[in-house]
Every structure is written in structure tokens, then in C-alpha cells.
Ligand binder design. Structure first.
Ligand SMILES: *Cc1c(COP(=O)(O)O)cnc(C)c1O
Length: 453
């Protein structure tokens, strides 16, 4: 059952070679890398499947060391909006590579990319680049604390802002918006107590958090469209209310647009919803697939950063020339040939295919989608925040992703992540997704006679 069409056609010798190679890389990776990976979800443990080791990728396709090909819906966790190895991005990176990789000095591509970002986001006048989204979130929060003279940070359950201590904090079981609890060993409770955690999409909880901690809150940080508990779209006037309440209480509003920036619109979720942030965190797409993060905002706030101000941030790889060049090529391409309507249409077709196949199979699914990012939650309830995310069936998801993998389609190996489309995807794989979804038919729903194709 786990053999793909490709491996089934292989002669015995080739099959043995591939099996040996597969076994070898798994053993070697488990020996020298913790869990065989450098980021936990890559183990595929959450879906009970063996991990994948990639050899190469192009456009919408990844090819692994065992010789299998997959239509990739992970797309570097959303970083690759133009697909793998887009010629314009490869050309820009190669051109920079030929001139030098890192200087520890300012280089032109930093100015180019910062300019493109300020043109896309009206709320951003100045930018500071980092080497990851995690660092950019840390820096934005430090800046907000310095600017307000307050210490506490309001976060929203299910959102992800990287793996710094203060952001690895969970909501306590009791209370709407309470001081957080350490969400990882090694995070001191004293640090977790500087983070307040409220449920997402819940204005009453936000009001409660502000009533209780308002005077101490330096900032509220959230994903304006959540993508790290799977896709959860903000309801109606939610972002506008968050904006109003933050302004009224002197709380700086940080939009973590690491995923949504240049994904849901050229100016990110801020352009899409017409709500602007005080500080914006960017990452992923703006590096064209290379490591990157950025904090942006108005000059009056940004100038608090060193060297103009007293908030420290520095980095050997901050503003890395290769990432700047690849990112600028990506953003220019998005500016010149906006793909958003096409991506939205493709996302809509994929969502519709999953929904109708699930209906035929009599399986409950909620497809949450914002343009080209979407999640299929196996649930009969609308999914609007962490509690409804958690109530969806992870078993069903694991079965679904296994079926898709057999059909040569790779989705994120966790029920609580987003699938990402790129401009390299066409609709040709959608039927495979629909067929695999339809095969999920519950055992007691199985037709007694073989169905006609
Ligand atoms: C990926 C991500 C981050 C962290 O970025 P890294 O580059 O992985 O450190 C932060 N916030 C959001 C919303 C993300 O999706």
C-alpha cells in the first residue's frame, strides 16, 4: 500500500538499491541529528509516517533521495511563493554569489529590499533585517517594551512567533486571558509570566486581558491571519477591534506577517483588511527561500533601535546579501506580475475539491483558506481558534496525508499547519487530492460493490 506508482514500476535491483539508500540515510540522520532532524515537525511523527529526505526540487515538485516525486504543498513552510528554483530568484542569488556572500558591511541589496518593503507597506518607513523570523519577533517585542516602558506581552493562543523564551508560552487551563505557563522545558516560569495569553478571535477575552493587565502591556502580537495552528481567519471586525483597543490603551500592535506578508496581498494582511500595525514582522517570502526576518515600522519607533537608539540588536548575518538578493527578486516579481488573483482561484479550486470529495465520502471537513494558504480540518464544527483546531481529528488528518503521499502529493506532516500554493502550481494535481480524499470513506460507508471509475 505504501508503494507509489513510481516504485511499483521499478525493477527489483533498482528497488533494492533504493531501499538500502533509504535505510542508510535514516540511520545516519538519526545518529548525528537529534531525532534525525533540525526542526521537530520534519520527523513526520505527528502523522505516523517515515520522514522524507529531499534531493532536489523544481517548480511545484520535490524529489527525494529514494527517487519519489511529490507535488509539494509545504513549499518551505510558505517561503516559496514562486515555487522552487524560480529562474529570476536563482539568477539574482547566483549573481550575488559571484560577487561575495557576506561582508559584515552594508551592501546594496539591503537597501533595495528595504525600499521594496516600505513601498508595499504604508505602515513601514524603516526596516531592520535579521536572519530569522524568531529574531525579528524578539526584536520587535524588545522595541515595544522600550517604547512603552511596560514589560508584558499579549499573545494569542495558536499563533506562533518563533522559539524565543517569551513566545513559547501556553494559556493556563483556567481563565480567559491569564499569565502564561512555560510551553517548553527550559523556559523559566518568571519569563512565562511576562506573557499574557488570550484565545484568538475572541473580543471578550481580549477585553478581559486588557482589563486585567492593560497598564502593564507593552504590546499585543498576533498573526493577522493565523497560519501556525492551521489556517484560522480573523472573524468580521476582529482585527479592527484589536487595533482600536490597543490604541486606546497605549498598547503597541505588532502584526506578525512572517507568513501573510506578500502571501495574502502585496501589502500583506494589513492591505487585505485595511488595518495597520504599529510594528510589522516579516520573514519567509521576503527572503525568496533564504534565511531572513525583518522588523518594520514608522521612523519614530524604529529609531529606538541601535545605533540610533538604546534598543540593542545586531547580527553577523543580519541583512545577508544572498537573502536580500533572492528576496528582492521575489518581491519585484510579485510587484510586476501580481499573482494573487490566480493563486486565490487555484486555492479556491483545491478547497472546493477537498470539500466536495469529503462530502461524497461522508466525512466532515472544514477547509479554512486565505488565498493560497489553506488547511483541511477534519471536524464538523467551524474552526475559529485553538480549541476548535484541537477538537479536529488528527487521526483522520494522518490517514488523509498518508493517502495523499501515496498519490504523490505532499502536505505538511501535522494537522495544525497550512498548505501553501505557489505560482508554479497548476490545477493538474487537484484531482489526485480529490480522489485520495474520497478514499477516506469510513469503513462502514464502503460500497459493497466496486464503484465504477
Ligand atoms: C515561521 C514563523 C516565525 C519564525 O520564523 P523563523 O524564520 O522560523 O524563525 C515567526 N512567526 C510566524 C508567523 C511564522 O510563521
Amino acid at each position: 500500500m505504501s508503494t507509489t506508482a513510481l516504485t511499483r514500476r521499478r525493477p527489483q535491483a533498482a528497488r533494492t538499491r533504493v531501499t538500502r539508500r533509504a535505510k542508510n540515510w535514516r540511520e545516519a540522520s538519526a545518529r548525528v541529528l537529534v531525532g534525525g532532524v533540525n526542526s521537530p515537525v520534519r520527523t513526520f511523527r505527528k502523522v505516523g509516517q517515515p520522514p522524507i529526505c529531499v534531493r532536489q526540487a523544481a517548480g511545484p515538485i520535490v524529489r527525494d533521495v529514494e527517487g519519489r516525486r511529490f507535488v509539494d504543498l509545504i513549499m518551505g513552510w510558505g517561503a516559496l511563493i514562486l515555487g522552487h528554483r524560480h529562474p529570476a530568484v536563482v539568477r539574482a542569488a547566483a549573481s550575488q554569489l559571484s560577487r561575495g556572500v557576506v561582508f559584515g558591511l552594508t551592501s546594496e541589496p539591503e537597501i533595495t529590499l528595504a525600499t521594496l518593503i516600505t513601498e508595499a507597506f504604508p505602515s513601514i518607513e524603516q526596516v531592520r533585517f535579521t536572519a530569522s523570523g524568531t529574531e525579528a519577533c524578539m526584536t520587535a517585542i524588545r522595541l515595544a517594551r522600550a517604547a512603552t516602558g511596560r514589560t508584558k506581552v499579549l499573545t494569542f493562543e495558536g499563533c506562533y512567533h518563533g522559539h524565543s523564551d517569551g513566545m513559547l508560552v501556553k494559556r493556563r487551563a483556567s481563565g480567559l486571558a491569564t499569565l502564561g505557563m512555560a510551553g517548553s522545558a527550559g523556559v523559566p516560569e518568571s519569563i512565562a509570566q511576562e506573557t499574557v495569553v488570550a484565545p484568538y478571535n475572541d473580543i471578550a477575552a481580549l477585553e478581559a486581558a486588557i482589563a486585567e493587565h492593560g497598564e502593564a502591556l507593552a504590546c499585543a502580537i498576533l498573526e493577522p491571519i493565523a497560519a501556525n495552528m492551521g489556517v484560522v481567519v480573523p472573524e468580521g471586525a476582529y482585527l479592527r477591534r484589536v487595533r482600536e483597543l490597543a490604541s486606546r490603551h497605549g498598547i503597541l500592535l505588532i502584526f506578525d506577517e512572517v507568513v501573510t506578508g506578500f502571501r495574502v496581498a502585496f501589502g500583506g494582511a494589513q492591505a487585505r483588511f485595511g488595518v495597520s500595525a504599529d510594528l510589522t514582522v516579516l520573514g519567509k517570502i521576503i527572503g525568496g527561500g533564504l534565511p531572513i526576518g525583518a522588523v518594520g515600522g514608522p521612523r519614530r519607533l524604529m529609531r529606538r533601535l541601535a545605533p540610533d537608539g538604546d534598543v540593542y540588536h545586531a547580527g553577523t548575518f543580519a541583512g545577508h546579501p544572498l537573502a536580500m538578493a533572492a528576496g528582492a527578486a521575489t518581491i519585484r516579481h510579485l510587484q510586476q506580475r501580481p499573482p494573487y488573483a490566480t493563486l486565490d482561484a487555484l486555492g479556491g479550486r483545491l478547497a472546493e475539491a477537498i470539500t466536495s470529495a469529503a462530502r461524497r465520502a461522508k466525512i466532515s471537513v472544514q477547509v479554512n483558506r486565505a488565498g493560497s494558504m489553506l488547511t483541511a480540518f477534519f471536524s464538523d464544527q467551524p474552526v475559529t481558534g485553538w480549541s476548535s483546531v484541537e477538537a479536529s481529528s488528527t487521526n483522520r488528518f494522518a490517514q488523509w496525508s498518508a493517502r495523499l503521499r501515496e498519490a504523490g502529493v505532499l502536505v505538511p506532516p501535522s494537522a495544525f499547519e497550512a498548505m501553501f500554493l505557489s505560482t508554479a502550481h497548476t490545477s493538474s494535481f487537484i484531482k489526485r487530492v480529490a480522489d485520495a480524499t474520497e478514499q477516506l470513506r469510513a469503513p462502514n460507508e464502503m460500497p459493497t460493490r466496486p464503484r465504477r471509475a
